[in-house]
Ligand binder design. Structure first.
Ligand code: F3S
Length: 282
């Protein structure tokens, strides 16, 4: 069996950094918390919890903590949450991905200079919630053209449009165009991270030429689900798994070549295990 492993499979730069920070901090032996799960991967989160790392999900939970270190994950948090952690006298270790941090800086500066912030992205995603919390005025989150049609903001307002890092570039461009056609004065900053686009492009290319495709990712990982959708369009034998345990394969005889890719929160050891399993057993 020939196996093609995507070079872009697995942890992106921001996730690698955040996970390394948490494992380094465990060594210090102090009480350790992460604000939200550090990544969307159950095996990593379970391993950290077994090592004593606790997850906080709301600002209210910070109130009950009297000592220790809180690591902010790669998605980042609002300015308010960061200040709550610091005001409590707790050690705050900021593992926000630098690409997300850049958006926080843009949003804070542009909103202070009077532009209304428009975030193109998913309002319920923690990264977007965090970005929203760096605007000094109420930011707007937009995911579709219909939402722009229903906006009630005046054309006299100046806008600054940014994007969630994992948003689709074509969709971003289309939505920006709608704002421009409606006559808004917009300053546009493309804040989409290349890592996502590169991973999707490579996955699509591989899926188009293999007989079966395996996508590895967490069930809550939106970038992994998106990868699956892209691959399934190119290759009907596409399967989505979280770990090797989910892989009960019985490839048809005609399958001679298998492609493997993985979402940004899939650890290398899981990718290796799956790759070795396929090479050895088929
Ligand atoms: Fe950062 Fe891009 Fe990963 S924004 S967390 S490097 S997907």
């Amino acid at each position: 069996m020939e196996v093609i492993l995507a070079q872009s499979a697995g942890f992106c730069f921001g996730v690698t950094k955040a996970v390394e920070i948490v494992y380094d901090k465990i060594e210090e032996g102090k009480k350790l918390y992460t604000y939200g799960p550090i990544i969307h991967n159950e095996s990593v989160v379970d391993d950290l919890q077994n090592k004593g790392v606790q997850i906080i999900n709301t600002p209210e939970e910070i109130d009950d903590i009297t000592e220790g270190t809180i690591v902010i994950r790669s998605h980042g948090v609002s300015k308010e949450v960061q200040q709550i952690i610091e005001n409590k006298g707790l050690t705050c270790v900021d593992a926000t991905c630098p690409f997300v941090k850049r958006i926080h800086h843009i949003v804070e500066k542009e909103s202070m200079e009077g532009r209304r912030i428009v975030i193109i992205g998913n309002a319920g995603h923690p990264e977007v919630e965090g970005i929203r919390g760096w605007s000094v005025t109420e930011a707007i989150v937009i995911e579709s053209g219909d939402e722009i049609e229903n906006l009630t903001i005046s054309k006299d307002e100046k806008l600054c449009i940014v994007s969630q890092t994992t948003f689709n570039y074509k969709k971003f461009k289309d939505l920006v165009e709608i704002f421009q056609k409606k006559g808004y004065d917009v300053s546009v900053v493309n804040t989409i991270c290349n890592a996502t686009e590169e991973r999707q492009t490579e996955a699509k290319e591989i899926a188009a030429k293999v007989d079966a495709m395996i996508v590895i990712g967490g069930t809550h990982s939106s970038n992994s689900r998106k990868l699956y959708e892209i691959c399934a369009k190119e290759c009907e034998n596409t399967i989505f798994i979280q770990t090797l345990d989910n892989l009960h394969l019985n490839f048809p005889k005609e399958v001679r070549c298998v492609g493997i890719t993985a979402g940004a929160s899939t650890p290398n050891n899981i990718i290796e295990e799956v790759q070795n399993y396929v090479r050895i057993n088929f």
